[in-house]
Ligand binder design. Structure first.
Ligand SMILES: O=C(O)C(=O)C[C@]1(C(=O)O)C=C[C@@H](O)C=C1
Length: 101
């Protein structure tokens, strides 16, 4: 590819869009990780409460209510709810690990 072909490629509007879109994804992913960290801070607090009050780490009823509600939200947003549930499975594992420390 010669220099002018390279320039026209990097300056093409679809290339600019690709770069902008990737920057947006980078920002959103950073926000996602920050939000997960916030959630885990709250999970830690609940873990301390459970330790003091000798409660079980895993709360099946609460967790099922969360899964039902998140599945509903995913469906409303037209997201594949089974994959959203997979994400929450990982989040639950993270919460259990944090509360078991
Ligand atoms: O609600 C609690 O008891 C929590 O510890 C939080 C949380 C969660 O991650 O949402 C974690 C573990 C439980 O199984 C249920 C819910």
């Amino acid at each position: 590819m010669n220099a002018s072909q390279k320039l026209s490629l990097t300056n093409s509007s679809s290339e600019i869009c690709l770069n902008e879109c990737r920057q947006q994804i980078d920002q959103i992913d950073t926000e996602l990780i920050k939000i997960i960290a916030q959630r885990m801070e709250i999970v830690k607090k609940i873990g301390e409460h459970k330790r003091k009050n000798k409660l079980e780490t895993i709360q099946p009823n609460r967790w099922q209510a969360i899964l039902d509600s998140r599945q509903e939200i995913a469906e409303e947003l037209d997201l594949p709810s089974d994959l959203v549930l997979d994400i929450f499975e990982v989040i639950h594992q993270m919460a259990i690990q944090i509360q078991s420390k």
